[in-house]
Design a protein around this ligand. Structure first.
Ligand SMILES: [Fe+2]
Ligand SMILES: [Fe+2]
Length: 311
């Protein structure tokens, strides 16, 4: 490291420590840029792949109103993907390369979307728990040190809160219904509970990127802190509508002021992460097909842009 580089680095660290925002043209360490490209692109991929499990139920929604709500929600996720790919591009990468990495299986996206959606209640559980966990993760990102990411997150979080509420409202309605409907809601919670807690990533003991990301104000809270918040927030919501969290170790702890909860099945977590979840293959095939089917749209858009620039 030469003297000028070291000075830039010191100035950068001091600037970030003051909670100021870094903008695309500012100097930044390579590691910071790389971390953000990885995180923002993974986030964008998750939004886009995240549309797949729910789109499975748009045609089978139980009423016109539920269909309209779900359709709007899934469209929001496409929009989130677009803001995030744009935010990633401000770091000097090309969206086409990011997408190529997703389609080839090289890039990661949130493992939660590799689980199947078996019943209508899964639309409730996903909104309530998966979008709920996303909010927990993303609200602190609104204060992330990288300006374009932080600003994208502000809008995304407002929409996520609608997603969470529509999911909880599906669960609430099912729990007011027949015994079969209640059983369907409970079964869905049983299947989605643990994968939702896995969304916060490995436990702090095994998390590799955490401390540097905290110093850079990319991450504000540790994986375990956020997971604990999720449990503390969700348990009373489940109890309110008569659902039982599928964890025999779950217990309120008066001393800590938090819920104690059981151990996550990390083997399942690693297995899904490494590509062997129930739907990994299906999700990638669906994305590849969508990409191929959309080739003519990209061609037409490029031809139009070229024609316009010549005028
Ligand atoms: Fe989203
Ligand atoms: Fe969402």
């Amino acid at each position: 490291m030469n003297a000028t580089h070291e000075k830039l680095r010191e100035e950068f660290d001091a600037y970030v420590a003051e909670d100021k925002k870094i903008e695309p043209k500012d100097w930044m360490p390579d590691g910071y840029r790389k971390t953000l490209i990885r995180q923002i692109s993974q986030h964008a991929h998750s939004e886009v792949v995240g549309m797949l499990p729910e789109s499975n139920w748009i045609t089978r929604a139980p009423s016109l109103q539920r269909k309209a709500i779900l359709l709007a929600k899934v469209q929001d996720e496409a929009g989130h993907g677009l803001y995030l790919y744009s935010a990633a591009e401000t770091l000097g990468v090309d969206r086409a390369d990011l997408i190529a990495d997703l389609l080839s299986g090289k890039a990661r996206y949130s493992s939660i979307f590799n689980y199947p959606t078996l019943t209508w209640a899964d639309m409730g559980a996903i909104g309530w728990l998966v979008d709920g966990a996303a909010i927990m993760n993303q609200v602190p990102l609104c204060r992330c040190s990288y300006g374009p990411y932080a600003r994208a997150m502000t809008r995304v979080c407002r929409e996520e809160s609608f997603h969470q509420r529509q999911g909880y409202s599906i669960m609430m309605e099912l729990m007011k219904g027949t015994e079969d409907q209640k059983a369907m809601a409970q079964d869905s919670l049983n299947r989605w509970w643990w994968p939702s807690l896995m969304m916060f990533g490995p436990s702090d003991k095994h998390s590799t990127h955490s401390s540097q990301n905290m110093k850079w104000n990319i991450k504000r809270f540790s994986n375990d802190e956020l997971r604990q918040r999720m449990v503390d927030m969700t348990v009373p919501q489940a109890e309110l509508i008569g659902l039982k969290i599928p964890d025999s170790d779950l217990k309120w702890n008066n001393e800590t002021g938090h819920y104690d909860f059981g151990e996550i099945d990390w083997e399942e977590f690693n297995n899904v992460l490494s590509g062997n979840g129930p739907c990994n293959k299906e999700r990638l095939e669906a994305r590849n097909k969508a990409h191929d089917d959309g080739a003519w749209v990209r061609e037409a858009a490029s031809a139009y842009a070229e024609k316009k620039s010549k005028k």
